[in-house]
Design a protein around this ligand. Structure first.
Ligand SMILES: NC(=O)c1ccc[n+]([C@@H]2O[C@H](COP(=O)([O-])OP(=O)(O)OC[C@H]3O[C@@H](n4cnc5c(N)ncnc54)[C@H](O)[C@@H]3O)[C@@H](O)[C@H]2O)c1
Length: 352
């Protein structure tokens, strides 16, 4: 079988996860890399034996041999790069979030409709093996109708700075950066219901807290302390089918420690996803907490990325429908945009 020739746009921190997983896939030839910062792209090219290095993605897209690209750049560039790639006849794997607002999402959707190419969003949490296991139980009806989900991802000190905290490039703070992962995952497991109402709050109280000493935290490669994004967001989302989802996420908060939890509840059973998979159900009038015996009952970073890239490559080569296509991205951007709108207007957003 012909190998898939892949290019990666963006050679920053996360590109490593894409490059490593493509390298491990025997059906892939890593052919091109592009970054605004030439040395960054050249360094990855050397490490992964990639022949073609670009600083302009438009030049890269002119290569007729290139089949597919990964978009691993600042959020505000996802739209233009994805659309240009689709129009150039390439398959696209776009990192989360799909883009920075709902209107942009619709523009990308239009590009997918005029080009018969694969488009997949890098919702890596969907590809964790623990989620594949859980999804099978859900599809078999073990949890029944899922009517409530709740997620909390609270960093006490973790505003990465740089472009992450520059709203014009990121589209927002912890909600669009880390919230999108958990919102998408729970929404996917709930059966992707249509959003009905959103009521939300965002707070800009603590900034990036560069004053804190003796405690390290993740910083963007191009770290700068400037910050104009929220440091906390919470939301209550109601769906057309009556189900609801509650979420809160922070870059920084006066919390005792970082906290991460994600749970879903159905009328026959429930599941704890974060910190680790436990399935709760009822049998013989007894409540059972079942712990699937699997290698990675929690989100395992490299394993999940490998699964995601393998799935994308397989979809490109076989024409199979990807998990996490454009329609899922559009609905999620509708929810995220409504959360920011609700918080800004201090009122509930209702979709007719
Ligand atoms: N799936 C995950 O778990 C996960 C984790 C981290 C980041 N991400 C996403 O990955 C993307 C990149 O994040 P990162 O942490 O690698 O950021 P980063 O700042 O480390 O790297 C981004 C790179 O993109 C380059 N870039 C920006 N605009 C470009 C353009 N027009 N053409 C070429 N290069 C361009 C920058 O020069 C930079 O090197 C973001 O969308 C982020 O949300 C996803």
């Amino acid at each position: 079988m012909k190998k898939l020739k892949v290019g990666v746009v963006g050679a920053g921190s996360l590109s490593e996860a894409h490059l490593e997983a493509y390298k491990n896939n025997p059906d892939v030839e890593l052919a091109a890399i592009c970054d605004l910062v030439e040395e960054r792209a050249a360094e990855k090219a050397k490490k992964y034996s990639i022949s073609d290095v670009y600083t302009d993605y438009q030049e890269m897209l002119k290569d007729p041999e290139l089949d597919a690209i990964s978009v691993v750049t600042w959020n505000n560039t996802h739209k233009e790069i994805s659309i240009a790639a689709l129009d150039a006849g390439k398959h696209v794997l776009c990192e989360k979030p799909l883009c920075i607002n709902y209107d942009e999402a619709l523009e990308i959707k239009a590009a997918t409709e005029r080009n018969n190419k694969q488009f997949m969003i890098g919702y890596v949490r969907r590809h964790a093996s623990s989620i594949t296991v859980l999804k099978k139980y859900i599809d078999k009806g073990l949890l029944g109708d899922i009517y409530y989900a709740k997620a909390s991802n609270l960093r006490r000190l973790g505003n990465p700075g740089g472009w992450f905290s520059d709203k014009s490039r990121s589209g927002g703070g912890p909600l669009i950066d880390i919230g999108v992962h958990i919102l998408d995952l729970l929404w996917y497991l709930m059966g992707r219901p249509k959003v009905k109402t959103v009521s939300a709050n965002t707070y800009n109280k603590l900034g990036n807290r560069t004053n804190i000493q003796n405690l390290s935290f993740y910083k963007a490669a191009d770290y700068s302390p400037d910050n104009n994004v929220e440091d906390l967001a919470n939301a209550l989302i109601r769906f057309e089918n009556g189900a609801s989802l509650m979420v809160d996420v922070s870059f920084t908060l006066h919390a005792k420690q970082d906290q991460s939890s994600a749970v879903i509840f159905g009328d026959k059973g429930g599941a704890e996803i974060d910190p680790s998979l436990v399935i709760v159900h009822e049998e013989n009038n007894t409540i059972l907490n079942s712990t699937p015996q699997i290698d990675h009952p929690w989100f395992h970073f490299s394993d999940s990325f490998q699964n995601e890239i393998n799935h994308f490559v397989n979809c490109c080569l076989t024409g199979k429908q990807p998990i996490g296509g454009i329609d899922d991205g559009v609905e999620m951007m509708k929810i995220l945009t409504a959360i920011y709108e609700s918080a800004g207007k201090k009122q509930e957003i209702v979709f007719e």
